[in-house]
Design a protein around this ligand. Structure first.
Ligand SMILES: N[C@@H](CCC(=O)N[C@@H](CS)C(=O)NCC(=O)O)C(=O)O
Length: 206
């Protein structure tokens, strides 16, 4: 099989598993866990020297960085998820970089301190700070989705929506962050209702 996807579904590998399912790709899933036995093992470090999942080996093209992998797969396979021209390519790259710079650090801080850390280690002040930092970016996103007919680029679901939706998934424990963001809530519902999203999320087992 040409495409191998490394990483357990309960990690950022879910982003690439979702993308592969959207594109209907045949792939081999290698569920490398996080830690010394998996992502930090010598065998895996030879694939991704950063020690992070996911990574892919696409017939010899080895890539890491989940959202870059998705942009690559979209452009390689084409179709409605991919950019139709260089302007859309720019917009999809813009929203993907926006996801990792403007949203992900704050979404991750909120998630860790709401859902992931053992309860005694959770810091409510860190959650409040993260949600305060997200207020302006989320207002930008809500307005863009309202203006764009419910999607980020080209009035249709694309890799940009998939990439950003997987980052905003981190806010699932903080619905208050989206209480006054109806366009984001409608967009999230549309993204996660997709059959490929449902199939990928089922792999997480939650
Ligand atoms: N920016 C990277 C981050 C990858 C990342 O940090 N993955 C986590 C799992 S969600 C990981 O592998 N952690 C293991 C470690 O850092 O040891 C991406 O989007 O692929």
């Amino acid at each position: 099989m040409a495409l191998k996807i490394y990483g357990v579904p309960r990690s950022r590998a879910i982003r690439t598993l979702w993308m592969a399912k959207e594109l209907g790709l045949a792939y081999e899933h290698v569920p490398v866990p996080v830690g010394v036995e998996g992502s930090r093992s010598p065998a895996y470090l030879a694939i991704n020297p950063n020690g992070h999942v996911p990574a892919i080996d696409d017939d010899g093209v080895v890539l890491w960085e989940s959202l870059a992998i998705n942009l690559y797969l979209a452009k390689k396979h084409g179709g409605p998820l991919a950019p139709a021209n260089v302007a859309e390519d720019g917009q999809m790259t813009m929203w993907t970089l926006w996801a990792v710079t403007e949203a992900e650090p704050h979404c991750a801080a909120a998630m860790y301190n709401t859902l992931m850390l053992p309860e005694p280690e959770r810091n409510p002040a860190a959650v409040a700070a993260a949600l305060a930092a997200l207020a302006a970016p989320l207002a930008v996103l809500d307005a863009a989705l309202a203006k764009g007919g419910g999607f980020l680029v080209g009035g249709r679901f694309t890799v940009a929506d998939l990439n950003l939706a997987t980052v905003l998934f981190y806010l699932r424990g903080n619905p208050e962050a989206l209480a006054d963001k109806p366009a984001i809530r409608a967009w999230q519902a549309a993204c996660f209702a997709r059959p490929a999203a449902q199939a990928a999320m089922a792999l997480r087992g939650d």
